[in-house]
Design a protein around this ligand. Sequence first.
Ligand code: MN
Length: 732
Amino acid sequence: MNMETFEQHYTAMRQTIEKHMPNADMALIDQAVEYANVKHQFQKRKDGSPYIIHPLAVAEIVAEMGLDMDAILGALLHDCIEDTDASHEDIEKLFGTTVAELVEGVTKLTRANFSTSEQAQMENLRKMFMAMSKDIRVVLIKIADRLHNMRTMQYQTPEKQTKKCRETMDVYAPLAHRLGMQKIKWELEDTALRYLAPAEYNEITSYLLAHKDQDESFMRTIQEKITQRLTAMGIQNTTYGRIKHVYSIYRKMQSQGKTMGELYDIYAFRVIVNSIPDCYNVLGHVHDLFNLVPGRFKDYISTPKPNMYQSLHTTVIGSQGIPFEVQIRTWQMHETAEYGVAAHWKYKQGSGGGTEKDFEWVRRLLESQQDSDAEEFVQSLKIDMFDDEVFVYTPKGRIVSLPAGSTPIDFAYAIHSGVGNAMIGAKINNRIANIDTKLKNGDIVEILTSKSAKGPSRDWLNICMSNQARTKIKQWFKKEKREENIVHGRASFESEMKRSSLPLSALSDPELEPQLLRKLSFDNWDDMYAAIGYGGLTATKAVGRIRDDIAKAIKAQTAEKIPQNPLRMKPDSELVLRNRHGVNGVIVEDIDSCMIKFAKCCTPVPGDPIVGFITKGFGVSIHRADCPNAQNREDPRQAARWVRVRWSVEEDQPFDTTLELDCITRDGLLLDVATVMSTARVRVKELNGKDLPGGRSTFTVRFEVKNVAELESVRKKLLNIRDVIGSRRGQN
Ligand code: MN
């Protein structure tokens, strides 16, 4: 192991920590260094040096930012979970929960992929980055990590260089800017440019090198002029000139279409003073010393930039006719400008405050900023705000932002309603996943579709999180499934009526019906059922709108005592609501919960092969498969309304059925039939006889059986009665 290099980095880190944190627990730092060193002992950097140099360098940058002890420990251990056998629990045991969580957070960012091919998506990329970091210190450690990796980029392959530098330009530098960390932002940009546009980078840097003496003498002249004046006026100041950073010169060249030699505006001077009044005094002296360039003065002290940057900016022209910018600020503003959000910890530590978990700094910033730019900053900075958003990728790398808790259903509808409607499944990170899986930041989501997909299921309305998905699913039901909507809508409407103890007969009361429909703003009941069915109106709301009208009508009728037209509660025995377990006897395939009635023409009972027909407004009507009324199933005009159904019977559940008996008329026959029925121990609900011409008669018997076997045994007994000569199921 190259001890010299280790010593160099260790010493540099230690000195930086001691400078910013005189009371730091160095024994604890050493423990973390030792732990990381042991864990990374078999790893080497690309240049062959021991791996521990990297965490040491990152910790130094984090200390230089002024972050706290936990962040420095986190920086030292930041690659331990990702690269070694260290676990969250190990780190937690040795260094505490906060440090373990910081390392965990950095690891998550390391594993995520922050790239997208679309320029318009950059903002989402940065949001995703922030969303994945629950603690702002995670972002700062990761930026420090990237900074050191950029500094040692020369050892990487060209492919890796391009990829990392792109990512630095797209994500890290803008984030550093948003967080107000100028210095780091500049270094990230300049280093990235060196690999992304080497020719231009070299043009600029060699020009600057060639003109170094010239530039320095120019800057010295200006600096002396300013310092002299200020000192003479008794204003304590630190004044220096610098060349703007390479990337900003590069951007100026690009946007103004100029070569390096044609570009003047490359110098910037900084005057740092002790107080805000001094700032404005300095401004007056600068404008007195040099010629002002109109329209370039900016007061970021009274109106700070969204990232909390404060300074006075002005551009002036010196005696040589070269324009230059002067930035005037206090020391505190300077710290903030250099270190941004991190400067917060510096102040905190100075004033002896505890650990800052709720980003008071950010909050203060938010309160002081009102313009839209600030809002944008808030959107991109305030980590808590991303709790309600999740960012995922399409397989092609497009980022889709969804409400937190979203599922592949939401994703599919965010892509296109056609994708949602044709969805048959989903893959998350290349693995088949349930469509109700909650998506996580950075997931790659692929929707599996099929042309023969049946469209969304009603359950999806409860699973999806986004209004967009919900609206699109409802639209689909509204358009594609009117008949089914009517069935569903009617079922929930009628059950709501029953729950409110309102008689269904009110709906068809000739006097009341038009009034109720008007109240509901529908032309007919089917339209309203359809609206409830697709979710455009809730049953509760619908019933609520007409409740009073019905109640009033009932009251009026009771008072007037008109028995001819009673709005009575009629237990509608044919209409039964099937619940999820199918206790009412029949499961209709593909329709979740709907009304069922057993067709009177054939009165099916369990054991009979059956089919279902979606009626207009009366639910699904169940016929025996051999019922004459069920023989038009192939008719293309009707085919869509025939649905597959099957029995789902609980024990001892009775079913109404009807038999018609052909008889030769004689006295006492009715009594014989009644006697057979009672000895067979079946419940008779209706027994009618009717004389036919030619000495014949028919008896219609409606009674309850459990299944077709019981029905057949009853039928056999009835056929044994003298003068009963035939029988038919159902009634005609
Ligand atoms: Mn690292």
